[in-house]
Write a protein that binds this ligand. Structure first.
Ligand SMILES: Nc1nc2c(ncn2[C@@H]2O[C@H](COP(=O)(O)OP(=O)(O)OP(=O)(O)O)[C@@H](O)[C@H]2O)c(=O)[nH]1
Ligand SMILES: [Mg+2]
Length: 385
């Protein structure tokens, strides 16, 4: 089934395409998969947390391996038992060799996931703030899960047995974690205090409930985040149709561009072709202004995302024409007759150059459409839940 947003993309109506997606009811996103990465420092209880989410005891063969030594060495997936299309990914501890210390490597790794549970025990560390920033840089969201609440409580009880109040201790941990996250620039952080041994105590039931309630909104964010790549097949079709149009109705233009005419005419015609191409893909000023207005951004911000063949690079592409022109001039000057060889060479060079320029222009416009859509929907993905 062709969706209405796909038709709009094909017709170069980017604002309409985005409007169609934003107006979709939440249940439309039901089938969107949600990949949740469980990340944090080694030994913080990530694998135990996954087992608690799955309702599995550590000695169950289906459970994630847990232990006092460094246990998880490879990323592994665990489908959520009740939430459809939700997969929990157990990660090795951050800072372990498998996690990768190179920043770009880490980013590439985390970028595959849609949502995160940052797991921390005892206190908020620089590992957590690093993860928060990496996730925010990707305009994605997370819940902060503070594990081992049982240990925190027994430590508090041992330290101040007379003044011990469980609720007070838990509230203190909650407020402290939130404060640390706010300091890292997180708006309205979601913090859950849990013990992986007691999945029906502390904030564990609340966490399960919150995830269930947030699920469709999270999936919608994922869909919006992936929207530019979801549009890829439509843009492929669009490229093919634009090429077809060139080889038929624009053939005259191609021949004219390819002819050994002086430098400025090909440039002029190329700029006309480029404007036509942008218009067809919906990258012209009017279309961008409508899209910018729809997503509450400026046209300038959207245009800044475009990287395709500009007029300056077009000038460089026309430079090989000078070779043909020079041969023509030399031939005429040397033998004082019509420069047949020079004309043939010049025509051949110009035709080839024109062919590649037009191809590049179409590919560039399709890539720019993706980039502009990413830019347009960036804020949606980055909004806090
Ligand atoms: N008391 C208590 N111990 C916990 C809790 N969660 C995990 N543990 C223990 O902490 C240790 C580490 O737990 P794991 O779940 O293996 O931690 P991990 O983060 O997956 O560790 P790596 O895979 O090595 O990064 C194990 O001995 C667990 O039994 C908890 O909520 N309370
Ligand atoms: Mg583990």
């Amino acid at each position: 089934m062709v969706e209405d947003f796909e038709v709009a993309i094909f017709q170069g109506q980017l604002a309409d395409a985005v409007s169609h997606v934003l107006a979709k009811p939440l249940h439309f996103f039901n089938s969107t998969p949600l990949n949740i990465a469980v990340v944090g420092e080694p030994g913080s209880g990530k694998s135990s947390f996954i087992n608690a989410m799955l309702g599995l005891h550590a000695d169950d063969p289906r459970a994630a391996a847990t232990g006092i030594q460094m246990t998880t060495l490879q990323v592994k997936d665990y489908p959520h038992p009740t939430l459809p299309q939700v997969i929990l990914w157990d990660h090795p501890g951050k800072g372990t060799p498998t996690f990768g210390e190179d920043k770009s490597e880490k980013k590439a790794d985390l970028n595959q996931f849609d949502f995160f549970f940052i797991v921390g025990s005892q206190r908020f560390r620089s590992t957590h703030s690093d993860l928060v920033h990496e996730i925010q840089d990707m305009a994605k969201n997370f819940y902060f899960v503070r594990t081992k609440a049982d240990l925190d409580l027994s430590a508090a009880k041992r330290q101040q047995p007379s003044d011990y109040n469980e609720e007070k201790v838990l509230l203190h941990i909650q407020e402290d974690s939130k404060e640390c996250l706010v300091r890292e620039g997180v708006r309205d952080p979601h913090v859950f205090i849990v013990s992986n041994w007691e999945a029906n105590r502390f904030d564990f039931p609340l966490l399960q409930e919150t995830l269930k309630n947030d699920l469709l909104r999270l999936k919608r964010q994922v869909f919006l985040h992936r929207f530019p790549s979801i549009c890829l097949p439509i843009l492929e079709k669009k490229k093919a149709s634009v090429k077809e149009k060139i080889w038929t109705s624009r053939l005259c233009l191609l021949v004219t561009l390819g002819s050994p005419v002086p430098f400025l005419l090909p440039m002029f015609l190329f700029s006309k072709f480029r404007s036509w191409c942008f218009l067809d893909f919906g990258l012209n000023d009017r279309s961008l202004a409508a899209l910018a207005q729809r997503v509450g951004k400026t046209s300038t911000a959207l245009k800044a995302a475009m990287q395709s063949l500009g007029m300056f690079s077009a000038i460089l592409w026309v430079l090989p024409d000078l070779v043909g022109l020079s041969v023509m001039a030399y031939e005429y000057h040397r033998w004082e007759h019509f420069p047949i060889f020079g004309c043939l060479l010049s025509g051949g060079v110009s035709l080839l150059r024109t062919y590649f320029m037009l191809q590049k222009c179409i590919l560039g416009a399709a890539d720019d459409t993706q980039r502009v859509l990413s830019k347009a929907l960036e804020a949606e993905g980055g909004k806090s839940i």
